[in-house]
Design a protein around this ligand. Structure first.
Ligand code: GSH
Length: 190
């Protein structure tokens, strides 16, 4: 099994955590720099993660997790867990958009429809996720919990985390420190 990703991608980290303890090759690409050609060879979507297993290629972390779950003996997600994943993905996608905009020299605090929508989405999704954390809905270390962990640790790593949800989410992140694979996949050290 070969996982193509990067050590900094929160989406690739989800799959690395899901695969903690399962033998696999991890290909670490610098997708915006020197490994762009390799990324082009791996996926026309030009996004990571990507998984290859016995000739089957899979794009998108959500699809990869669905493919891996039965192989790892995990139960399918219920509808509430699918919704948790959708909230995490919505926040993560908007944060990636904000970070790439910043790196492109765009003022992300400008009064424009596009950036107003991204800011509103990250605020509302993080608030909703923090409420669910407080209600105990992320207490079990399953795939949605892994994804929330990766989101929160990544937005902290990128200095993007602020607002009233931040203390609850950071406390959640800190409680997950001992989970399998978390230390080994820390983007600050790997
Ligand atoms: N929906 C995708 C999102 C993956 C994604 O956005 N990955 C980022 C890296 S963190 C990426 O490859 N970005 C490349 C780009 O946007 O050009 C998934 O869940 O796998």
């Amino acid at each position: 099994m070969k996982l193509v990703g990067s050590t900094t991608s929160p989406y690739a980290r989800r799959i690395r955590l899901l695969l903690a303890g399962t033998p696999h090759d991890f290909v670490n690409l610098d997708i915006y720099g020197g490994d762009r050609d390799e990324l082009r060879r791996q996926t026309p979507a030009l996004k990571i993660p990507m998984l290859e297993d016995n000739g089957q290629v899979l794009y998108d972390s959500r699809v990869i997790a669905r493919y891996l779950s039965p192989k790892l003996g995990l139960p399918p997600l219920n509808w509430d867990q699918e919704n948790q994943l959708t909230l995490v993905d919505a926040a993560n996608d908007s944060f990636v958009t904000l970070l790439l905009s910043k790196r492109s020299g765009i003022d992300i605090d400008q009064d424009s429809l596009f950036y107003t929508l991204q800011h509103e989405r990250v605020t509302r999704t993080l608030n909703a996720l923090a409420e669910q954390v407080e209600a105990g809905d992320f207490d079990h270390w399953n795939y949605p919990a892994i994804c929330l962990y990766c989101l929160v640790d990544w937005i902290d790593f990128r200095d993007l985390l602020e607002g009233k949800a931040a203390p609850v989410l950071l406390a959640y992140r800190d409680r997950c420190r001992d989970r399998p694979g978390v230390v080994e996949t820390d983007p600050r050290v790997s």
